[in-house]
Design a binder for this molecule. Sequence first.
Ligand code: C2E
Ligand code: MG
Ligand code: MG
Length: 697
Amino acid sequence: MGKALRVLLVEDSEDDAELIISELRRGGFSPVFQRVETLDSMRHALSVSPWDVILSDYDLYPYDALDTLATLQETNRDLPFIIVSGAVEAEQAMTALKSGAHDFLNKDSLARLVPAIERELREANERIQRRNAEERVRILSLAVEQSPVTVMITDRDGRIEYVNPKFVAVTGYQAAEAVGRKLDFTQLPTAGNNPLEGLWATMREGAEWRGEFCNLRKDGQLFWEIATVSPLTADDGAITHFVAVKEDITVRRSYEDRLLRQAHYDELTGLPNRLLMQDRLMQALAAARRGGHRVAALIVDLDRFKNVNDTHGHAAGDRLLREAAERLASCVRQSDTLARMGGDEFVLILQHIDGAEAAENVANRVCSLFARPFRLDGQEHFVTASVGITLFPDDGTDSHELLRNADLAMYQAKERGRNGYAFFTQEINEKLQRRMAIEGQLRKALGNNELLLHYQPILDLRSNQPVAMEALVRWRQRDGKFIMPSEFIPVAEDVGLIHSIGDWVVNTSCHAAVGLAQLGPPALRVAVNVSPRQLRDAAFGPSVLRLLQSSGIAPDRLELEITENVLMEDAPETDANLKMLCDMGVRLSIDDFGTGYSALGYLQKYPFDTLKIDRSFISTATTNVGSARLVETIIGMAHGLGLQVIAEGVETAEQLAFLRSRDCDLAQGFLISRPIAIDELPERLRAIAGHSGYAIA
Ligand code: C2E
Ligand code: MG
Ligand code: MG
């Protein structure tokens, strides 16, 4: 079987056609052929079937081979076209070849036919391949030209040979301005870490390089690009060019930058936020460890900032915080960090200080910054600050510990009356440790029956009879250790246990009073201390009502002791609770009078029955004229308002005599009795009643 060959014969002689076909067969082809005689039938044949070769006679009256060649060319097909004819003049042959015929053979010497066809088939094939390749290149270069990303081709040294139109659009440089320059010529010159540093080395190794960098447009505008630079190699593997593909990522970068900013800076004040501060603190500590110097962390908390928000609104609060931030910024050095932790709390990190004194100076300056009033809504408003100071490495080994300790020191400063600073001390630390231990155990104390009440009798100075007793809570731990309320009540308040403890105290003391009365007269009132937290809980009043009913005690035999500060807070729940308690007929007394604000207006607001003068005034009343006057005045004032007065902490007969001489109504103190357990009470009360000593004027 020979090679298949599809032959279109344009030949008016059947004999010649047969001659040609048999020649092809002899040459090893298996021709499939069609003979046509007219241009029309040739056109038709071309349009309906594929052909490998066209063999055309020259003279085809009334046409010639030039016409058949033209007919082929009309179809735009690149087929080998060979003229096979009788004797033809050389000039005609030349014209035909010039017009595009591929060969010209004489019918008399057909031996050349097969080699000519084979050659033409080969060449036609090559032409097709070349055209395909050219087409590919054309499309590729179109893709590069119209690419939505920047494409750049450089020589082996990174010198630009080509840039696509996108490059021109992105950078503002014309192609001619770019060609010949280094591929990174648009890069923004940066000090220090150059993102392109690795580029040249990577390129020399023939590896691909990827990176992001900031560029400068011709008009000076900045933009970000991500680039991939890869080598182009010749067949032998040698690098001939590099192609860089770059994409504009300015939008993404600016979004990331904004996110980065949001994540690290406080929106209100523009100061570093907690996250960035922690980072800076860690860096400062690392540097301090290397350099062997100290770092101070100061926590600055505005005093009673909540009042500003409550009375002037949050917008005014925000303005104040911004101004506070500005004032604070004025007292830090370049190397220090001022950050806002959130709320009204700021942190100052002082790098590289010699010792406590330097930190103290800054703390002093901070406090003095707040001596000037803030202007809010045209009004002057004083807001002071409390500062807690810790030093590295003295007070903590890591940032977490330092900040925690600074916080504790700050609370210490607040406890000392605000508007000042406190260093973290070992004492504070121990207090904290103890507090944490208490918290853990206190949660179980109630359930374990570890709480108990002691009662301190209160003496009527006219009748010399005990008329009341104050219930004072104690905590006897499992190991028998007693913990006093001043230590665990604040913790109970902080962790919310005060509510259940408070209810327990009311319930237990009411039952105790009822039980005591059953033993015989006199029926004592029982005074119970109430924490401000309890009064702020809307459930407190109803809960007292329930406990009163269940114990069966007359409401006017229960007296609730509250401190002045409660009334200053002006919380609506407190208000509702006090009103409800008054309506029930429960007595109210003011405890520790003289230690709080001692604003007298509130004495009228609620129907108080009793006022308890704080122990600190009683203990000095007989030794200090000022105290004596104060006690006198308080008694006079209280009487003027229709209140009974209890003197707390009476320890000596002199004090008692003094109080009696100043017309004080009631007295309570170690002189009369320490707080004692319920089962000791009946005997103690009898002893007090029968005691003649108190009667001495
Ligand atoms: P307070 O209500 O002012 O109670 C009087 C405190 O003075 C009691 O201390 C009492 O033992 C002490 N005291 C009485 N007479 C004398 C005296 O002559 N000399 C001296 N130096 N001290 C005297 P206590 O029991 O340690 O209670 C301390 C504070 O704890 C109480 O002060 C009260 O504010 C609070 N507290 C006590 N029990 C409760 C309670 O059940 N609930 C609440 N929320 N607080 C309580
Ligand atoms: Mg009390
Ligand atoms: Mg008191």
